[in-house]
Write a protein that binds this ligand. Structure first.
Ligand SMILES: C[S@@+](CC[C@H](N)C(=O)[O-])C[C@H]1O[C@@H](n2cnc3c(N)ncnc32)[C@H](O)[C@@H]1O
Length: 301
């Protein structure tokens, strides 16, 4: 299969926003690069590279990116050079262009995310998660994934029943199982992501704990008693659309970890959570991104 690489030159300030927009347009992953000055110092000039199936309507895509950059500029965001470059890639090139960016990464107190091709000597208390993200989101490098992993480390207890909506590479579902969850369900609407998630589940030997299903909540199958925890790392609009159907799966005092929210989206998002009668128990930010921990039980105060 052939892929289209779409590289957008932009500023450090706009990098996350552009990266996020490429994902919204259907990019199967984004690689971020900072360009050095000739003297080797960081320049603040960056490229976000998105990867799209080759049949994507390229002119339309470039038009959408240009319109988005213009909108950011209109709102006072410095967007840098705005040059857009495209090139066709074979699937093998695509896969290997990812690999140089993935090194073992430690998250929280005990979790280490390790790509297959990198050696790693685990410490006595470390939990190593083997991940080949392939064309699925979820390498462990993205802030939203890392924040979810940190909260999972704090909230998952032995025997917990966990649901991961939008599992991508399966990273969060696998982490929940390694942290002691006895049953984990991972859902994703993207069959390609699920293919990688299945391989990762086997690589991590958690196939007895983790069940993966294609689709979203409406097709969730086999959950016979209330869940203790649900984690969703998607985008605010999708998260909000899932809250009502989630209520019947989560036990009353169950925990929701909600991720994929930009700083600029936080206020209306929290308002919508309150309207849905959720209590925000905690929140953490990294870069532009926020992750929240919520429950439907009112905690008092
Ligand atoms: C940002 S990735 C998160 C991947 C991984 N959980 C992580 O935290 O790194 C979001 C994933 O959600 C999936 N997705 C988007 N909308 C969905 C929905 N309504 N139901 C289930 N999955 C969805 C996408 O296909 C994608 O794999």
């Amino acid at each position: 299969m052939k892929w289209m690489e779409v590289g957008v030159s932009t500023s450090q300030e706009a990098l996350e926003l552009v990266s996020n927009f490429l994902m919204e347009l259907g990019s199967q992953g984004v690689v971020l690069e900072e360009l050095p000055f000739p003297d080797g110092e960081g320049s603040g000039s960056c490229i976000a590279k998105g990867y799209f199936p080759c049949e994507v309507p390229l002119a339309e895509l470039v038009g959408q990116i240009n319109a988005y950059l213009a909108m950011l500029e209109h709102h006072g965001v410095s967007v840098g050079s705005k040059a857009i470059q495209t090139r066709a890639l074979q699937e093998e090139d695509w896969a290997s262009s990812w690999k140089q960016y993935f090194k073992p990464v430690r998250v929280g107190r005990r979790l280490v995310i390790k790509p297959d091709w990198e050696p790693y000597e685990a410490g006595p208390h470390e939990l190593v998660i083997h991940i080949d993200p392939g064309m699925a989101f979820g390498t462990g490098k993205h802030e939203t994934t890392q924040l979810c992993l940190e909260f999972l480390e704090e909230e998952v207890y032995p025997g917990a029943r966990v649901l991961d909506v939008g599992t991508g590479s399966g990273i969060l579902a696998i982490a929940a199982a390694k942290l002691g969850a006895s049953r984990v369900w991972g859902l994703d609407t993207d069959p390609v992501a699920l293919r990688y998630a299945r391989e990762n589940v086997i690589k991590n030997a958690v196939q007895h704990e983790v069940s993966l299903q294609e689709g979203s909540l409406s097709g969730l199958d086999g959950v016979d008693s209330p869940l203790d925890l649900v984690v969703i790392n998607i985008r605010p609009d999708v998260i909000l659309s899932l809250l009502e159907p989630l209520r019947r799966y989560l036990k009353p005092e169950g925990i929701l970890i909600l991720s994929g929210v930009l700083q600029s989206e936080l206020e209306p998002f929290i308002k919508a959570l309150r309207t849905a009668q959720l209590t925000v128990k905690g929140q953490r930010s990294r870069g532009e991104w926020i992750t929240l921990v919520c429950t439907w039980v009112f905690s008092g105060s």
